[in-house]
Structure formats: C-alpha cells, structure tokens
Design a protein. Structure first.
Length: 142
C-alpha cells in the first residue's frame, strides 16, 4: 500500500516538474527578446550559449560574439518583439525548442522596420540555465 501511495505521489509530481521546466524555457526565450530590445548584454550573456549559431532570415549567420558585437555597435537594433504564438516543447532533460510567431520591429537606417516573423529556437540546459544554442527565423507575409 505504501508503495502505491509513493508511486501516485511521484506521478503527480511529474506534470509539475514538466510545467516548471516549460516555464524556465519560456523565460529563457523571453529573456532573449528582452535582452535584444533593451540592449541588456549581461542578460544576453546568460541566455545565449557560447556555441550559439544565429541564422537570420536573410541567411546571414552569427556566433554569440558577433551577434552581441553587432548589437553593441548598433549594426543590429531591435526595437520591439511582440509574441503572438509561442510553443515550448521539451525534447529531453537538456534539450528544448520553441516555435513562435512574433511581430518584430528593427531599426534600419534610423527608420523602424516592422516585420512578421517566425522563429525556431533550440535551447540546451547548461547547469540550471536554459540557453539559446540555435536560432532560425523567416519573414512571414505581411
């Protein structure tokens, strides 16, 4: 009887654990958006993995260093990211993806450039921190 009670308690804990992990992954996703829109480089250092591959919608590819460098220099500038549809899928204890659609506004030659985008983000768990290891984006029809 005690074994059954313990089994039930363990099974009840699994959804809470999964929900906590999903929330942590979503927080890392939103941390990326907050970091790039506010130029919070300390936050980006935490959220972006050292082996990041960041593939832009135009095909350009950045590493963590070049991506942050472009933000610091002003070459890249995000004004706003507004999530419309965000899905989190944990693939293993240490790997997850987010798939989302968002309104993204960048600054190009001093002018705001609003776009509808879709992102595929791959996250890996580094200790207790989920970090973005791969980014792929595509523009959607306006």
């Amino acid at each position: 009887m005690l074994n059954r009670i313990l089994l039930v308690l363990m099974l009840l804990a699994v959804p809470a654990f999964c929900a906590d992990e999903a929330k942590a992954i979503e927080n890392a996703e939103r941390g990326w958006a907050k970091g790039v829109t506010s130029n919070d480089f300390a936050l980006l250092e935490q959220v972006l993995a050292n082996d990041l591959t960041y593939t832009h919608s135009n095909g350009a590819v950045d590493t963590k260093a070049s991506y942050i460098g472009n933000l610091k220099s002003g070459k890249s500038r995000y004004v706003k990211i507004e999530y419309g549809d965000l899905k989190v899928q944990q693939l293993s204890k240490e790997t997850a993806i987010t798939i989302n659609r968002a309104g993204v506004t960048t600054l190009v030659d001093g002018k705001e450039n609003p776009m509808k985008m879709t992102f595929l983000h791959v996250f890996k768990k580094n200790g207790k921190q989920w970090q973005l290891v791969a980014h792929q984006s595509a523009r959607l029809a306006q």
